[in-house]
Write a protein that binds this ligand. Structure first.
Ligand SMILES: C[S@@+](CC[C@H](N)C(=O)[O-])C[C@H]1O[C@@H](n2cnc3c(N)ncnc32)[C@H](O)[C@@H]1O
Length: 196
């Protein structure tokens, strides 16, 4: 399991057989905003080890589809309507080959995070690049009315990226779930109802 510091959410995830404490961030967002619905087709970027896939697949059920992509292999065994793929989301040939048969999606969710250096400016710049790429993939893959949720380390790119998201979606929210570690700069931008 991909755990580091053993806090309350770490222990809870272990006890409840989830693959990562990150599940509680998506769970809170899902409870508040009903991002995913039964039957939805969901693309999960930066999906390893797979706790968001656990929640997404339980929510969409067998009438839906969940595709998870990560640089790392996703080794957990999921139901048949979950596809997991190993690759880099910046690799356009990989993205087109991997997703060509699965587009369009109702939701694109991204918990992608860069390897951190501890240098805040550098880490938030890397996070911004991942966020921007996730948005680019989402705009290619989403149905009109679809939604986009992505993690971002708060930094100097925040307002520019939020403005970019607002151009394409009717509603946006900035969310910092309870399960976020106190010292973390991460927030999630949730964008609903993709404009036509
Ligand atoms: C916080 S973890 C995701 C946890 C996951 N949501 C879960 O619930 O199990 C962030 C992931 O982003 C992935 N990632 C970072 N850069 C990526 C890239 N360029 N392409 C694909 N995945 C990437 C990392 O490999 C890492 O597994």
């Amino acid at each position: 399991m991909a755990f580091t510091v053993q806090d309350h959410y770490f222990r809870k995830a272990k006890k409840e057989h989830y693959l990562a404490r990150a599940i509680y961030k998506l769970e809170e967002i899902q409870k508040r905003f009903k991002v995913l619905k039964p039957g939805d087709r969901v693309l999960d970027l930066g999906a390893a080890p797979g706790s968001w896939i656990q929640l997404a697949s339980a929510t969409v059920g067998g009438a839906g589809l969940v595709v998870g992509i990560d640089l790392k292999p996703i080794e957990h065994g999921f139901p048949k309507y979950v596809k997991t793929l190993q690759g880099d989301i910046f690799d356009q040939d990989f993205i087109e080959a991997a997703l060509g048969d699965h587009v369009p999606f109702n939701a694109v969710i991204s918990d992608m995070a860069p390897s951190t250096s501890g240098i805040k400016v550098a880490d938030s710049a890397r996070s911004a690049l991942l966020f921007e790429r996730a948005l680019e993939v989402a705009l290619w893959a989403l149905v009109p009315g679809g939604c986009f949720l992505a993690k971002l380390f708060h930094g100097s790119d925040f307002h520019r990226l939020l403005a970019q998201v607002k151009q394409h979606f009717a509603q946006t929210k900035v969310v910092r779930p309870e399960a976020t570690r106190k010292q973390s700069k991460e927030i999630y931008i949730l964008a609903m109802n993709r404009k036509k």
